[in-house]
Design a protein around this ligand. Structure first.
Ligand SMILES: Nc1ncnc2c1ncn2[C@@H]1O[C@H](COP(=O)(O)OP(=O)(O)O)[C@@H](O)[C@H]1O
Ligand SMILES: Cc1cn([C@H]2C[C@H](O)[C@@H](COP(=O)(O)O)O2)c(=O)[nH]c1=O
Length: 222
């Protein structure tokens, strides 16, 4: 039986690496698959892993209809055993429904990879639909860590080094490098945090600044 699987974790948890490994392992056994992505940091129609691998993929735009795409390909004589879908949080809920239909009606395995929540801690609509429809939702075993050493569970966005909780939902960026946006010169970056430090807006830089602040002088004390 074909399955719809959703592999999730924070940014930098190893999802794209696992997506490329999954594709490699299935292809190595003679299965025929297609690789999809959306808004990858490395550019259009690419799946890139921070471990250094990058592979060409098909870019998912909101107009893509997975059901029609698959039926057209099969009708034209193509063989498809599986789909690997990276950055699946950016797919529309309708596209996730189409993927579920591809699994059930055409017996094609669909492996999706993506983050659950955005920088505001809200579910991405595509990720929410995946949790609702997937046969299995798996959290990546490799833990991304907050600066305090606890497991990182949330994605924070910084603008010019300051954590923000308002703004556009989709802004491509990385956990290491700041992205200079031409339009308003704001430098956008991401950082993974535990819930407590996300709630408090306590990024690594802010924690460092607080710990370096001089102790208040003991005026008034006995
Ligand atoms: N220099 C490195 N040496 C070993 N592992 C690394 C290195 N750089 C990145 N990684 C691993 O790659 C992971 C990020 O992989 P990636 O697939 O790009 O993540 P995701 O798609 O979830 O954002 C990191 O959590 C880390 O485990
Ligand atoms: C939290 C959050 C992330 N993004 C973007 C930033 C990255 O380009 C991708 C996540 O990629 P990764 O392979 O999981 O590191 O998503 C965003 O647009 N909005 C957000 O709120």
């Amino acid at each position: 039986m074909a399955e719809l699987t959703f592999w999730t974790g924070t940014m930098d948890a190893g999802k794209s690496t696992l997506a490329l490994q999954t594709n490699h392992n299935h292809a190595a056994r003679g299965r025929v698959g297609r690789l999809f992505t959306s808004h990858d940091r490395a550019g259009v129609a690419l799946v890139s892993s921070r471990l250094g691998l990058t592979q060409h993929a098909e870019e998912v735009t909101p107009e893509l209809n997975f059901w029609r795409y698959t039926v057209d390909a099969l009708t034209a004589g193509a063989r498809i055993d599986y789909f690997v879908c990276d950055e699946a949080q950016f797919y529309t809920p309708a596209q996730i429904d189409q993927l579920a239909k591809v699994v059930d009606e055409l017996q094609i395995d669909v492996f999706c990879f993506g983050i659950l929540t955005d920088f505001r801690t809200r579910l991405f609509p595509g990720a929410a639909r995946l949790v609702e429809l997937a046969d299995r939702t798996e959290v990546l075993q490799v833990e991304a860590l907050c600066w305090c050493g606890k497991r990182a569970t949330h994605n924070a966005r910084t603008e010019n080094g300051v954590m923000v909780t308002e703004g556009e939902v989709i802004v491509v960026g990385d956990v290491d490098n700041v992205e200079t946006r031409a339009d308003d010169e704001v430098e956008v970056a991401y950082e993974v945090l535990c819930r407590q430090h996300h709630r408090r807006g306590m990024t690594a830089a802010r924690a460092r600044a607080v710990s370096l602040a001089p102790d208040p002088l003991p005026f008034g004390s006995a």
